[in-house]
Design a protein around this ligand. Structure first.
Ligand SMILES: [Zn+2]
Length: 216
């Protein structure tokens, strides 16, 4: 008997092409003068991000921290005053962690559980202190950095760095304090979307990474 078309499995034509990569934008060191600009770009492009906020900046601009939270983006505690942990005593390090978390809680109404360490320096005391307080260190392995904090890099270099470095499961590291980073952001999003990128929050990307690891 001849096989009829009706007996064939459903056509795959209508299903979207598989995503080529899942990434999370990590926007560091705000809030500040460009926060509103970052939020506007993310809204226009319809993508979420994770903002790593510094306590002293949140004290200066509490309403900007609140706007980030209201827009549905994820917020991580990036310490109270962004000091290298190696220069801090245990008590000072604890104060940096709790101080940052507390000003974010005051501004947004929500205590951040995740800690994104200044300079991404691994200090085992951080893990211990965070655990005591029911908080967690972010995992920063797998970063595609735009190296946007380097003064010599303009928007074109930042775009090139991110777009050539980003691949599946990457955190994309950007900073809020440079206009060049803000100028680069919409182009980065467009170029990565054109490559099939799906943008997630930090938590969502961690879940995605875990699903890969578990083979789900
Ligand atoms: Zn930082």
């Amino acid at each position: 008997m001849a096989l009829t078309l009706a007996a064939l499995p459903a056509q795959a034509e209508d299903s979207p092409a598989p995503a080529s990569m899942h990434v999370a934008l990590m926007i560091d060191d705000g809030p500040g003068q460009f926060t509103e600009g970052f939020l506007a770009v993310l809204k226009e492009k319809g993508v979420p991000a994770t903002f790593d906020l510094i306590g002293t900046n949140v004290e200066k601009f509490p309403s900007l921290a609140a706007k980030i939270a209201e827009a549905g983006h994820q917020i991580c505690n990036h310490s109270f005053s962004h000091q290298s942990p190696k220069n801090l005593s245990d008590a000072q390090l604890e104060a940096e962690i709790l101080g940052g978390a507390e000003v974010i809680r005051k501004a947004t109404g929500k205590l951040p559980v995740l800690y994104w360490p200044p300079y991404l320096e691994a200090d085992p005391r951080q893990i211990h202190l965070l655990r005591i307080h029911g908080m967690k260190l972010c995992q920063w392995q797998g970063i595609a950095s735009g190296d946007d904090w380097m003064e010599q890099n303009g928007a074109a270099e930042i775009i090139e760095n991110v777009v050539t470095r980003a691949s599946d499961g990457h955190l994309i590291l950007m900073h809020e304090f440079r206009k060049e980073s803000l100028d680069a952001l919409p182009v980065i999003i467009d170029k990565l979307k054109a490559k099939g990128a799906i943008f997630l929050t930090y938590d969502e990307l961690q879940a995605y990474r875990a699903s890969l690891f578990n083979g789900k």
